[in-house]
Structure formats: structure tokens, C-alpha cells
Design a protein around this ligand. Structure first.
Ligand SMILES: C[S@@+](CC[C@H](N)C(=O)[O-])C[C@H]1O[C@@H](n2cnc3c(N)ncnc32)[C@H](O)[C@@H]1O
Length: 295
């Protein structure tokens, strides 16, 4: 049963207009204004994403605002924080591993904007975008629109200018619709791009990929060592024999703000083959706890 405090903290006044979102995102960069907004507990519902998509704003501005809004949402224990062209070092290393016409899939892609670099440079390879949460299903009720988080973590009601987040989970029996989380800039530049649901712990791609990218997801901040091992064991199933899994982390503490490790599937193993800039997972991947998988 969600506590009243949780409900209180997750709920608040809500104006889902792109203009207000622009003001809010700018105010977050100003410490006193940020404090005030957090104290007022100003919220945005998933409706703001659809309002941005339908607005007459230029595509680049829609894309920027959409990613800005995504940074305010969470999926499970992970933030949906993202940015366009976020991991260029990983993208170019990955593209070197994929043959023409091959399949490259990004997991935990958030709104897909971080995959713009891969999509632009793919040169004949197919790029598939996936995330635990690809959309927000909703139901329209007499009280307002009820949103469901697809990982089953919460249900929330947007009514007039209020966002009431229950903190408890329930699945819609039949949704009236869903709000796609694919960034409108990606939709505009790559009309064939789709964002598909895939849980890195249990999901499997319909076709095995030549390379998988998992950027800013498998971090010790979000997941335990045991969970990371479980994700690797599961993601292996979506790779062709000899296929590659790139795990990347963007953080100011790394040279050029980015580090990656590349593991190659070899039968039941995921062998640690290449790395750049000392990713935080390296000691773990080289430890005895992982040697049955990565050794
Ligand atoms: C910090 S964002 C990173 C987004 C993007 N990869 C980037 O680098 O900008 C983390 C993403 O991981 C996704 N995520 C969290 N748990 C997941 C899971 N179990 N399976 C797949 N994706 C997951 C979240 O939905 C979120 O979009």
C-alpha cells in the first residue's frame, strides 16, 4: 500500500504546456528558482510529451523539449535521462563491428534521441530502438486521464491542473490509447524508426543482432552486480554467435566524458574483449564472480 507521503511527494500542480516546460527547464538551471519549483512540487504528466509532438514548433525544438521532459520521468529504478548524440565513441566503435545490412539494436534507448548518431551513421545497417518503457498507456475517465507506467510501478491521474500519482501499480484492462516515447525529432528524421518494449532482464529480440548497445543503463548506481550479471546472461540470447554487446557510460569522470566495454558472444559465454577509458564495470567483469560468464 503506497504511503500518503509518497502520494503527496509524487503529486502536485501540473501544466502540460510546451511553453511552461521550456520555462521550467530553464528555471531548473537557476538554483533559487529550482528550489522554489521543487518546493511547489510542480509536475508534468506524460501528456506533455503528446502536447510537444502535436505543437507547431520546429522539429529541433520539439526534439530538445521532448528529451528535456523525458529527463523528468523514471522507469523502475532508472531515470530516463537522455540527450542527442550522447555516446559518439561507443557509436563509432560499434559501427566498426556491424557488417553492411546487419542488425544493431539499442536497449534502454529512452526516447531514442541518444541513438541519432547511430541512425545517421548506420550506412545500410538496420538500427532497432528498444526500452523497458516504450509508451505510456492511458484511459480516459470522468475524472480525467489515467496514465499507467508500463513497468507496473505506478498509476497516475491528470485532472484539470493537478497530477495525482498513486504510487501503486495497476495495469489497464484495455487502454484507450498510448503516448509513444519516441522523440519527434527521431520520427521526423527517420520515419521508419520504431521504439519497441524490451526488458534487458527478460526480453529477447525477434531477430538476433550483430551488436547491442546498452548506454547509461547498466550502472552500479541503478543495478546491483547480480542484476548486471543477469542482464548480460539475458542479452546474450539476443546476439548472433560472435555478436557484440557494448556497455557504455557517459560521465565527466571519464576521459572525453565516455567509457565503454565490449563483450563478444561465444556460445554461452560473453567474453570481455575491448574497452575504452576504464568503465566502472571493468573490475566487476574481470572478477571471479563473473568469470564463469566473461572468462
Ligand atoms: C539514463 S536512461 C539512458 C537513455 C539512453 N540510453 C542514453 O544513453 O541517453 C536509462 C534508460 O534505461 C531504461 N531502463 C531501465 N530499466 C530497464 C530495463 N530493465 N530494461 C530496459 N531498459 C531499462 C529506462 O527506461 C531509461 O530509458
Amino acid at each position: 500500500m503506497p504511503s500518503l507521503l509518497k502520494i503527496f511527494l509524487r503529486s502536485g500542480p501540473c501544466w502540460d504546456s510546451p511553453a511552461f516546460l521550456r520555462f521550467y527547464l530553464a528555471a531548473l538551471r537557476n538554483p533559487p528558482a529550482r528550489l522554489l519549483l521543487l518546493a511547489l512540487r510542480v509536475k508534468f504528466s506524460p501528456q506533455v510529451l503528446e502536447n510537444i509532438r502535436r505543437s507547431g514548433l520546429p522539429a529541433e525544438e520539439k526534439g530538445r523539449l521532448f528529451s528535456g521532459a523525458m529527463n523528468l520521468f523514471r522507469a523502475g529504478g532508472a531515470y530516463k535521462t537522455t540527450a542527442p548524440f550522447r555516446s559518439p565513441l561507443t557509436d563509432s566503435a560499434m559501427l566498426g563491428k556491424v557488417p553492411p545490412g546487419g542488425l544493431l539494436a539499442e536497449t534502454g534507448a529512452s526516447d531514442g534521441s541518444s541513438s541519432l548518431g547511430l541512425l545517421e551513421a548506420a550506412r545500410g545497417a538496420e538500427v532497432m530502438l528498444t526500452d523497458l518503457q516504450a509508451s505510456f498507456p492511458y484511459r480516459d475517465t470522468a475524472l480525467g486521464r489515467v496514465f499507467y507506467n508500463t513497468d507496473g510501478r505506478y498509476t497516475a491521474l491528470k485532472t484539470l491542473c493537478l497530477y495525482l500519482c498513486s504510487g501503486g501499480a495497476s495495469s489497464p484492462a484495455a487502454a484507450d490509447g498510448e503516448i509513444s516515447l519516441l522523440n519527434p525529432l527521431v520520427e521526423e528524421k527517420f520515419p521508419a524508426a520504431r521504439l519497441l518494449p524490451l526488458d534487458i532482464f527478460s526480453g529477447e529480440l525477434e531477430r538476433k543482432a550483430d551488436a547491442l548497445k546498452c548506454a547509461n543503463v547498466l550502472n552500479l548506481e541503478y543495478f546491483t552486480a547480480g542484476e548486471i550479471k543477469r542482464a548480460l546472461q539475458n542479452l546474450r540470447r539476443s546476439l548472433k554467435e560472435g555478436g557484440w554487446l557494448f556497455i557504455c557510460h557517459n560521465n565527466a569522470r571519464y576521459k572525453d566524458g565516455e567509457a565503454w566495454v565490449a563483450l563478444q558472444r561465444s556460445g554461452e559465454k560473453m567474453r570481455l574483449k575491448e574497452e575504452a577509458n576504464g568503465h566502472e564495470l571493468l573490475p566487476l567483469l574481470r572478477s571471479t564472480d563473473f568469470s564463469d560468464l566473461t572468462g
